[in-house]
Design a protein around this ligand. Structure first.
Ligand SMILES: Cc1cc2nc3c(=O)[nH]c(=O)nc-3n(C[C@H](O)[C@H](O)[C@H](O)COP(=O)(O)OP(=O)(O)OC[C@H]3O[C@@H](n4cnc5c(N)ncnc54)[C@H](O)[C@@H]3O)c2cc1C
Length: 412
């Protein structure tokens, strides 16, 4: 008999979960209050980060922390109310970022990242979405020789341990690879394995179109209306209530609010981020991270997209795009950015966990309920891997990656 399931949230993670469940014979309804891929999965830097084998740790360099605390630099911005709200989770994040514990998290995280490009490729081919992706890597550029040398040494270690491929480029090699950049940079680490998507929201929409073409249903509805019945789950949609035997919560940065209503208190927090597009006359060959300043420039169909670092603020606080203004000034030091497109800055939020690992698996205290969220800085990268892993768990088959580090039960 076909088993029915609701997937709540049609970002990259929920859409890929829906596709993988459908592939395994489930009757799947994907529900979102907006069209697929219109939130966090829309506004990110579009990178499928095969190089990101280490999850993003809480910086432990006292100079960095002092600068962030004093509001200097573009990497970090904070609202006092945001820090207060997240204090407990941030403290745990700090503890988990201790080098020894970070190494353990890296062991688990790298297992997921290792499959990211391959799993995307399978879906891209099926969805006819290869036109949206460039497979030529992602460049970290450095302003000072010391930072460049340290990064090149670190890249060698990561290559040795995890097989990620890179090329260290000195000033002249970088100038040749990226002639649009002003020639004053110390060098670059060109990661060769990551892919760059030129319209992240469109990729999610293509995956959702594939899901529909294969017989799936996408409905508009509110996850807040989810109700447990005796042996099923029900949600309100614009087409009326929809019931299914099981349900998946894939609500990205909104997951915390949803699981709190169900009685769960997990150490989740968010890092908000912004983007702005520029009509740059200068073309960069690959996306780049200005590694000592903390922003990314990525060529998009809409223009050259500048994305910012972390802002610690409540989800519902009005936008404060101060990092965008700082990062824009810094980017103008590197290249001719041109004028911004006449659109207000976009804002989204990275869904983070204190132990830097996503939450994927059965809800500890509810029969037939599953979680798939908390993919932080790499949710766009990990959507297909996360979708496959959760679908295999739901189907009850042996999973191709050990799911234990990601199970929700680790938080009680
Ligand atoms: C500035 C920035 C740059 C980034 N760059 C990258 C990058 O280059 N590479 C990378 O891998 N990751 C990147 N990320 C992180 C990545 O974007 C996220 O991890 C990822 O998009 C999360 O996907 P998701 O499906 O979990 O969440 P989302 O895409 O936010 O999807 C959640 C969905 O839930 C829906 N929803 C919420 N509440 C309800 C409700 N009550 N009822 C119905 N539906 C609801 C929303 O409408 C949304 O569609 C970046 C993030 C930011 C902010």
């Amino acid at each position: 008999m076909t088993s029915s399931i609701l997937v709540l949230g049609a970002g990259m993670v929920g859409t890929c979960t829906a596709l993988h469940l459908q592939q395994r014979g489930f009757e799947v309804t994907l529900v979102d209050r907006r069209a697929p891929g219109q939130e966090t999965s829309f506004g990110n830097a579009g990178l499928i980060q095969r190089e990101a084998v280490e999850p993003y740790a809480f910086p432990r360099d006292p100079g960095f922390v002092l600068n962030a605390a004093l509001g200097r630099g573009a990497e970090v911005h904070w609202h006092a109310r945001g820090l207060w709200h997240m204090a407990g989770s941030l403290l745990r994040y700090w503890r988990h970022s201790h080098p020894q514990r970070h190494a353990q998290a890296t062991q688990a995280f790298s297992q997921l990242i290792a499959h990211a490009t391959h799993e995307h490729d399978l879906l891209m081919v099926a969805a006819g979405a290869q036109d949206l992706v460039a497979r030529e890597g992602f460049r970290f550029v450095f302003r000072t020789p010391q930072a460049f040398d340290e990064a090149a040494q670190r890249a060698a270690v990561l290559h040795e341990r995890f097989g990620v491929r890179y090329q260290a480029q000195n000033t002249a090699q970088l100038a040749q690879a990226e002639p649009a950049l002003r020639p004053s940079l110390a060098g670059a680490v060109h990661w060769l394995d990551p892919w760059a998507v030129h319209n992240p929201g469109a990729l999610v929409q293509r995956y959702a179109d594939l899901f529909v073409a294969r017989g799936g249903r996408v409905l508009t509805g509110d996850a807040g209306s989810l109700q447990a019945r005796s042996a099923s789950w029900s949600v309100q949609t614009t087409e009326g209530p929809v019931d299914a035997e099981q349900a998946v919560l894939a609500l990205g940065p909104w997951a915390d609010g949803a699981i709190r209503q169900l009685g769960y208190r997990f150490p989740l927090f968010i890092k908000r981020g912004y983007h702005q597009h520029y009509r740059s006359p200068a073309q960069v060959a690959q996306p780049l991270l200005d590694a000592e300043r903390g922003y990314v420039l990525a060529p998009m169909q809409q223009g050259l997209r500048l994305t910012t670092g972390a802002e610690f603020a409540p989800m519902d606080a009005p936008p404060t795009p101060v990092q965008l203004a700082k990062a824009e000034a810094l980017a103008r030091e590197l290249l001719d950015l041109g004028p911004p497109l006449p659109q207000p800055p976009w804002m989204g939020a990275r869904p983070c966990t204190a132990d830097m690992l996503p939450v994927m698996g059965p809800a500890p205290h509810h029969q037939g309920l599953w979680f798939n969220f908390g993919h932080a800085h790499q949710g766009f990268t990990l959507g297909p891997v996360a979708g496959r892993l959760l679908a295999e768990m739901i189907q009850g088959q042996t999973t191709w990656i050990d799911p234990r580090p990601y199970l929700p039960a680790r938080f009680g």
